[in-house]
Design a protein around this ligand. Structure first.
Ligand SMILES: *Cc1c(COP(=O)(O)O)cnc(C)c1O
Length: 384
């Protein structure tokens, strides 16, 4: 029986997979079962920060794996505290809760916001944006401002209202009507179509949050961990969120999520108020320590340079209407349907994915420029 047949027999039907089975990878190159090479510009949806089987990362992970793979959170471990300290040092946040995914990081943020609001005896409503994506649990689905994801799963968690991105008047009205205790947003909406928030809109969120003692929650699950050209995407917007959530690229390919708590909420949790069996798993933390400690100024400049190279190559090319995004998270609006372009790229050895009606690029942050140029030539050809 082929893998494809077994998949259709035994794996839940939640994913519409591409007709491709990957068997191994090295750097930015993935190989299928026939040994065909692909330049992977999707990185497992922004997860493989430094590509496949990165040497330093692999070494750090294997060393931890063969030393101590798991302990539960009943005991102290070094990788956990090393990563927490690193994240706090680099962001100015005060404390970190570790989970295993983006959705869990956001669940933690929602619990923190609610507990904070509850203590103050005020509305626990959380404001999020239309076209956002915050995860697949019932609560993070409720936070997600896209009806399409909600249907069939009602009732969702109460207490979320949505307002259009980049609409300052609607934002002001939502604050008046709902007195939210928090606003949660992605500075670049990933699944929503790679749409960055406007600088002025984010400034207004900041002002309204300050004025109303509401928390700013930055969902950095996709744009975070160096992808924007800064360590976290919010750093482009001159704001200091009260809560930052991240996952995807944090572990460089291992499942880990983190909810970073700022000054206002650093002590909101008390013993027993939240937890996770796998949270802060030493192997995942060791992988994340390697990733975060390598995202220095030079690595981040490399991201910005590669992003510029991509923009210069794509903007104005035949069949390309526009390029959106920030750093190495890009959405290409093509004249042809995105699906057609993606299929053509795959045929010619380049992996890209979609975001709504766009072609989405999420290359490894250290992709060699000659490899990137080869991939861009394939994309340009596919868009014609
Ligand atoms: C992917 C994503 C999530 C959900 O992360 P999971 O690890 O799939 O739970 C949440 N927020 C954003 C912005 C994402 O891109």
């Amino acid at each position: 029986m082929t893998t494809k047949t077994k998949d259709s027999l035994f794996v839940a039907n939640t994913y519409k997979r591409f007709p491709l089975q990957l068997v191994k990878g090295k750097g930015a190159i993935a190989y299928d079962e026939n040994g065909k090479e692909y330049i992977d510009l999707a990185s497992g949806i922004a997860v493989n920060t430094f590509g496949y089987a990165d040497e330093e990362w692999t070494k750090a992970v294997i060393e931890q794996l063969t030393t101590l793979q798991h302990t539960s959170n009943l005991y102290y471990t070094d990788p956990c505290v090393t990563l927490a300290e690193l994240l706090c040092e680099k962001t100015g946040m005060k404390k970190v809760f570790f989970g295993n995914s983006g959705a869990e990081a956001n669940e933690c943020a929602v619990k923190a916001a609610r507990k904070y609001a509850e203590k103050k005896g005020r509305s626990t409503t959380i404001l999020t944006l239309l076209q956002s994506f915050h995860g697949r649990t019932l609560t993070t689905l409720a936070a997600t401002g896209q009806e399409g994801f909600h249907k069939d799963f009602l009732p969702l968690t109460d207490g979320f209202v949505h307002t259009p991105a980049n609409d300052i008047e609607a934002l002001e009205r939502a604050f008046e009507e709902h007195s939210p205790c928090a606003v949660m947003f992605e500075v670049v909406q990933g699944e929503g179509g790679v749409n960055p928030l406007n600088y002025d809109f984010v400034q207004r969120i900041k002002e309204l949050c300050e004025k109303n003692d509401a928390l700013m929650i930055a969902d950095e699950v996709q744009i975070g961990n160096g992808r924007s050209g800064k360590l976290y995407g919010y750093m482009h917007y001159d704001i200091t969120p009260d809560v930052v959530t991240t996952a995807k690229g944090l572990g460089g390919g291992l499942p880990i999520g983190a909810c970073l708590l700022g000054e206002k909420v650093q002590d909101v949790f008390t013993y027993g108020s939240h937890g996770s069996t796998f949270g802060a798993n030493p192997v995942c933390c060791a992988g994340a320590v390697n990733i975060i400690s390598r995202l220095d100024d030079e690595a981040l400049k490399g991201v910005t340079d590669r992003a510029e190279l991509i923009r210069n190559a794509l903007i104005g090319a035949e069949g390309i209407e526009s390029v959106s995004g920030l750093g190495l998270m890009m959405g290409i609006k093509t004249t042809k349907p995105a699906g057609e372009v993606i299929a053509k790229c795959m045929e010619n050895g380049v992996l890209v994915i979609s975001a709504k009606d766009k072609v989405r690029l999420l290359p490894p942050l250290n992709i060699p420029t000659d490899v990137l140029k080869k991939a861009l030539a394939v994309i340009i050809d596919a868009c014609k």
